[in-house]
Ligand binder design. Structure first.
Ligand SMILES: [Fe+2]
Ligand SMILES: [Fe+2]
Length: 290
């Protein structure tokens, strides 16, 4: 049996916390939960910080948080850790600063390593996690393809952004992402074909939307997102891999159970299921092998 825990959108800030006051305390409490779960691997699907793209000391704090858990981990960048495009940076210079540099020389690359893709072999499955910026200046796409082709095992692919919108209506819908401008216009056109081509990619795990969702991308690949552990909606995903199947469950985190009513109140209303999802989105099973 293999146990993987996914958390996302920690949004750690150096003191004094300004964007999401209280995240540091929430993450301290969440540490206990993660240690007790003793995962074989902890996967963090981005937005480790809020200001990391312009303030490397916040990325250092995030790395320290991961290391004190004393479990194997893999972490990828969100738009707040590694700016996704110069256009977004013009609108959000402090929270999504773009660095026109090779990944190795960005703040994120300096703190978390220069590789665009990390592959972790867990025996029954392989986890492939990637950092992607607009225009793919880091040659992430070929590196994902290589990692997937080299694996004879079911692959759990992990990125920051969902490949398909996760809600009908509100800020996590297709209409909202069109209205605000996509973070990565090529994401769907570049990564989706990989998922379609390689039927041993069985799960795609993402964050960014701060909600807990489930959406089949194809007959063989299921997209799952989890909430924002720090600022909300605070949750963790627990994956149990055994005998060709994966069971996914949701644990509530110690932080706020909402998020979007604070960030985008006009786009509501937000019934509890907007963040936490239906019972099927919270827990279920998926076949890992054909
Ligand atoms: Fe986030
Ligand atoms: Fe994000």
């Amino acid at each position: 049996m293999v146990r993987i825990v996914q958390v996302s959108d920690l949004h750690i800030e150096a003191e004094p916390e300004t964007m999401f006051p209280g995240v540091g305390r929430v993450l301290e409490e969440a540490s206990e939960v993660i240690r007790a779960l003793a995962p074989d691997l902890l996967v963090v699907t981005g937005d480790l910080t809020t200001f990391g793209s312009s303030r490397p000391r916040d990325l250092v704090l995030a790395r320290q948080w991961l290391e004190q858990l004393d479990r194997p981990w893999v972490a990828i960048a969100g738009n707040h850790d590694l700016g996704s495009s110069p256009e977004r940076a013009l609108r959000h210079p402090e929270t999504e600063a773009y660095e026109p540099l090779p990944l190795a020389r960005t703040h994120f690359g300096t703190v978390f390593g220069p590789q665009p893709v990390s592959a972790v072999d867990l025996g029954a499955v392989e986890v492939v996690a990637f950092n992607l910026r607009a225009g793919d200046p880091d040659n992430t796409l070929p590196a994902i393809r290589q990692a997937v082709e080299q694996s004879a095992k079911p692959v759990i692919l992990c990125g920051h952004y969902p490949l398909e919108p996760v809600r009908v209506g509100g800020p996590c819908s297709a209409e909202a992402s069109q209205a605000t401008g996509s973070f990565l216009p090529e994401l769907a056109t570049l990564v989706q074909p990989l998922v379609a081509q390689y039927d041993h990619i069985r799960l795609y795990l993402a964050g960014h939307v701060h909600v807990n969702s489930r959406l089949p991308l194809s007959p063989h690949c299921l997209q799952l997102t989890t909430g924002g552990l720090g600022p909300g909606a605070s949750s963790l995903r627990v994956f149990t891999v055994a005998q060709g199947w994966v069971r996914y469950d949701t644990l509530l985190g110690p932080g706020p159970q909402g998020f979007w009513e604070r960030v985008a109140p006009a786009m509501g209303p937000y019934p509890p299921a907007y963040h936490l999802g239906t019972s099927e989105e919270q827990g279920g099973e998926w076949r890992l092998e054909p």
